[in-house]
Design a protein around this ligand. Structure first.
Ligand code: SAH
Length: 354
């Protein structure tokens, strides 16, 4: 049984039902029993796989896209190279290897990683130790300097609240305890000032999600990029605007119920890129671009061909499948999207023009 379940039961008994955001935070980041606190969830033997774990091409191309922005912005002599939620450190290791080909870049870069999980910090240290990374609990602790930042499948792990439209008010979806198990419930109807702008585009019974931490983080990234220069590539699954229940639990590569195994399944929600874009000012915001289109524009097919030349048999098959998985609209190519943030008056990061 989940070690977290009796603790959740006690918390709900003492204080009443909790918001979905609070439930996500408990499940993912509880100091003893949280999903990310206790394990490395990535890869074939874990619960889910991400783009950098599928192919080295992903990290290489993202790294080179950031490198191009660094060149476009006059090669700042010292800058913060940052990643939010670096997982196993695979993406950044591939990015750094590709960036070695850009003269002067690595001498100017200071590597900073924002990571909550001790288990994953250890994985990152194993792959990135040569680059003397500095770890942080929060983006706010990064030095004030030009900021070149990557985040892949990070924002989807941030806690969302869910609200159901009822008349001109909203009922919040909460997690309570009913007949010996966790169960979803709804609060009484209340107006929500933060959702006034959603009344126009929604109907009775519609569910919308808000993610205050995602907006706050994007605001902080935008402020730093506008003040010091830099660029950010935010890659995740989601869409422009939020509509519908996207809370999802995945365990051993299978979907499960979000309340079934608290602390033992990954919990995510789709990213609302419209909310991120709105929070990014005064930084500039690119077009929201499908991952497949973005990677093709950066030359993934040429890179795939070059790598294929050295492969045969099963390794070649895996490589060809990986290219398809990252780019094809039926796989990750359309659901995953890229939003770029960049300094006022500077060039759009490559691959993200209209
Ligand atoms: N970017 C990696 C890993 C994605 S999984 C990849 O593409 O493979 C999500 C990552 O975000 C993990 O490293 C997890 O530990 C981290 N994370 C989740 N919530 C966090 C939070 N609130 N603060 C810091 N890191 C967090």
């Amino acid at each position: 049984m989940s070690a977290l379940l009796p603790l959740l039961q006690a918390r709900i008994a003492a204080e009443g039902p909790m918001t979905v955001a609070e439930y996500m935070t408990w499940c993912l980041l509880h100091p003893q029993h949280g999903y990310y606190t206790t394990r490395d969830p990535l890869g074939a033997k874990g619960d889910f796989t991400t783009a950098p774990e599928i192919s080295q091409m992903f990290g290489e191309l993202l790294g080179l896209a950031l490198a191009q922005s660094w060149l476009d912005q006059g090669r700042p002599a010292r800058f913060v190279l940052a990643e939010l939620g670096p997982g196993r450190g695979t993406l950044m290791a591939d990015a750094l290897r590709a960036m070695r080909g850009v003269p002067g870049l690595l001498d100017a870069a200071e590597l900073h990683l924002v990571e909550a999980s001790p288990a994953l910090r250890a994985e990152q240290a194993a792959r990135l130790g040569d680059h003397a990374p500095v770890w942080h609990d929060s983006l706010a602790d990064l030095p004030e300097a030009p900021l070149f930042l990557i985040a892949n499948e990070f924002f989807d792990a941030l806690p969302v609240r869910q609200f159901l439209r009822d008349g001109n008010g909203w009922r919040e979806r909460v997690v309570g305890w009913h007949e010996g198990a966790l169960s979803f419930g709804l609060t009484d109807i209340a107006p929500q000032a933060a959702l006034e702008h959603r009344l126009a585009g929604t109907q009775q019974g519609d569910l919308v999600e808000t993610c205050a931490p995602a907006a706050a983080l994007t605001q902080e990234i935008g402020r730093r990029i506008a003040a010091h220069g830099g660029a950010a590539l935010l890659v995740d699954y989601g869409s422009w605007g939020s509509l519908g229940d996207t809370l999802q639990a995945v365990r051993a590569h299978q979907k499960t119920g979000p309340l079934d195994t608290p602390g033992d399944a990954d919990l995510t929600a789709h990213v609302d890129f419209c909310a991120l874009a709105a929070a990014a000012a005064p930084a500039q915001v690119s077009w929201l671009t499908a991952q497949g289109v973005f990677l093709e524009r950066l030359g993934i097919t040429e890179r795939a061909r070059a790598l294929a030349a050295g492969l045969t048999g099963a390794a070649l098959d895996t490589h060809i499948r990986a290219h398809r998985r990252l780019t094809h609209p039926d796989e990750m190519g359309s659901l995953f999207k890229v939003l770029g943030l960049y300094g006022p008056g500077t060039a759009t990061p490559p691959g993200l023009d209209a």
